[in-house]
Design a protein around this ligand. Structure first.
Ligand SMILES: [Zn+2]
Length: 155
């Protein structure tokens, strides 16, 4: 399993991590599941509504519902969330693992980007499977039809 994502989308996530620093940024990866890769076709940037946004992320529930609806209409699926780790490492925290288990995130891919005051680092992708995250490779995806765009969720 690979996460195929356009370089421009990765760059947009890095920019969001930088803009949100020292808080965590968050958003959703939308796309399609191929035979051996999740293909990211769209990013949905979301407000981080966590009480402690410097240490946690919580996608605005309204944005999550809107994303699910828009995905159904577009024949896409929710791949999983992306978020940043300010002054942290690009790997899931114990809290992330607990949250994923609680939310029934089985099969989701989480993208994590580290960020410091000096700027964002390299994102890494993790598949949540059998109650645990395992890192999967990120592959560059050519911008296809409808791919690589970023927009606000529909009302
Ligand atoms: Zn995290």
């Amino acid at each position: 399993m690979t996460l195929a994502i356009a370089a421009a989308d990765l760059q947009a996530i890095r920019a969001a991590a930088e803009a949100a620093y020292p808080d965590e940024c968050c958003g959703l990866l939308m796309g399609r599941n191929g035979p051996d890769a999740w293909m990211v076709e769209e990013l949905i940037a979301c407000a981080n509504v966590a009480i402690e946004p410097a240490r946690r992320f919580e996608v605005d529930p309204k944005a999550l519902i809107a994303a699910h609806r828009a995905a159904r209409e577009a024949g896409r699926e929710l791949i999983g969330p992306y978020h940043s780790h300010p002054d942290g490492r690009a790997r899931p925290s114990d809290h992330d693992r607990a949250r994923a288990a609680e939310a029934g995130a089985e099969g989701e891919v989480w993208l994590i980007v580290p960020a410091t005051a000096a700027g964002p680092g390299a994102p890494r992708a993790y598949l949540f499977e059998a109650g645990n995250f395992r890192e999967i490779p990120i592959a560059a995806r050519a911008r296809g039809r409808g791919g690589g765009r970023s927009r606000a969720p529909k009302k």
